[in-house]
Design a protein. Structure first.
Length: 408
């Protein structure tokens, strides 16, 4: 027996997935029902989020910019008629699939055929190449080049290709009690990260050092890497809420912007706060605390099944009455849940400036941002909290006040 055969057949880690098999079975059933509603016969998912949702499989590398022979086309196929799932992966990931996926039918591509040709061959042998096939066309994976090759190949087999990006996303919006518990755990981990930053920050430390301390504390608390890098900005760099942490050193009197996610079993909870190193400039502090009032108001308005028609006018009215509406950068939020790099922004965006009309039904998790330009050229105020809606109520996850945090 070769070392490879021994590794594949006799050794390796035990299967470890975040949910019981019954939950994955329920997800498959819900996917089939959604496909029925949308007239989709075959769903082929290539996004890391959907693959993880249906199987538990996760990887550190999804071939986004890889050479041709490492094509980013492996994924999960679901047949509406057979109500079954097949997972496709490369030979190099065969061991990883064994201990991170519940899929009972795994097809391993080893390169005798091209990757797309292999998919066609295997799906054709199952009789799954007829009718309408749905791809996740609004996801970055696969790349446009490989997406075109896949669509052409399936159309050549007589399939009608349609965009099915929303199938997995709609299913993931409605989270189970166990999923919600993971988001809540992620929220507690986020608080651990922010607390670590508050205890570490002092003049002379760099943004990267602060980022490192935040992430060390969150990992120690059971967290995982987030889909977007932890944001830390100091001094003049607070003018951007999307800058990468750098070697800029903290000075007394600086404002610091921190935007992080706690992560647990890939479920994200977002938290952002403004910190002042020393006594803050009074007009700046007042502006930040006024912006924080929007989050406090949303906390009062949030309840199961509340509608955007109810909360958006109240939020806009608050900001207008406070005299800061015209200085908004972004007031709104988006769905949160399972995420892999490079993005944790979810399925939809809501808020006073958005056209979306929706109900925050039990099982919903979202974040909300109250972000404004600050006076005296002080940069940007970035405040974010995550909200969980369940049958019992709606909770803002962080124990930290959204107001300015002052380090003496």
């Amino acid at each position: 027996m070769s070392y490879r055969e021994a590794a594949l057949n006799e050794y390796g880690a035990e299967l470890s997935v975040p949910f019981p098999l019954s939950e994955y079975e329920d997800r498959l059933s819900r996917a089939v029902a959604e496909m029925e509603d949308r007239g989709i016969d075959l769903l082929y998912c290539t996004s890391p989020e959907s693959i993880f949702y249906f199987t538990g499989y996760q990887n550190e590398w999804y071939q986004e910019q890889s050479p041709g022979r490492m094509a980013p086309v492996m994924g999960v196929a679901i047949s509406r008629e057979d109500e079954e799932l097949i997972q496709f992966e490369k030979q190099t990931e065969e061991l990883l699939v064994k201990y991170t996926s519940i899929a009972s039918d795994v097809r391993i591509w080893e390169g005798d055929l091209g990757p797309v040709e292999y998919l066609i061959d295997q799906l054709g042998s199952e009789g799954w190449l007829s009718g309408t096939v749905g791809f996740e066309q609004r996801h970055y994976r696969p790349t446009p080049h490989w997406s075109r090759k896949m669509e052409t190949a399936f159309e050549s087999e007589g399939c009608t290709v349609t965009d099915a990006t929303d199938v997995g996303r709609v299913l993931r919006e409605d989270k189970s009690p166990l999923e919600l518990s993971y988001v809540r755990k992620a929220g507690r981990i986020a608080d651990v990260g922010l607390q670590a930053a508050l205890e570490f920050i002092e003049p002379g430390v760099t943004e990267l050092e602060i980022k490192g301390e935040i992430e060390r504390a969150m990992y120690e608390a059971g967290g995982e890497h987030s889909a977007i890098p932890t944001h830390v900005a100091t001094g003049a760099r607070v003018s951007s809420l999307h800058s990468l942490a750098g070697r800029n050193s903290v000075m007394h009197g600086d404002l610091i912007s921190i935007d992080l996610c706690g992560v647990y079993n890939r479920y994200h909870a977002n938290l952002a706060r403004m910190i002042s190193v020393g006594e803050p400039d009074e007009p700046v502090a007042e502006m930040i605390d006024t912006a924080a009032g929007g989050i406090t108001l949303l906390e009062d308005l949030a309840e199961p099944s509340v509608h955007t028609d109810e909360i958006n006018p109240e939020l806009e009215s608050y900001y207008r009455d406070a005299g800061i509406w015209e200085d908004r950068w972004f007031t709104g939020g988006y769905e949160l849940g399972i995420s892999f790099p490079p993005d944790w922004v979810g399925h939809y965006v809501y808020g006073p400036d958005e056209d979306l009309e929706m109900e925050f039904s039990p099982g919903t998790t979202v974040q909300y941002e109250s972000n404004f330009y600050l006076p005296r050229g002080s940069g940007m105020c970035g405040l974010i909290d995550t909200f969980v809606y369940d049958e019992e109520g709606a909770d803002r996850l962080s124990d930290f006040s959204p107001e300015l945090l002052v380090l003496e």
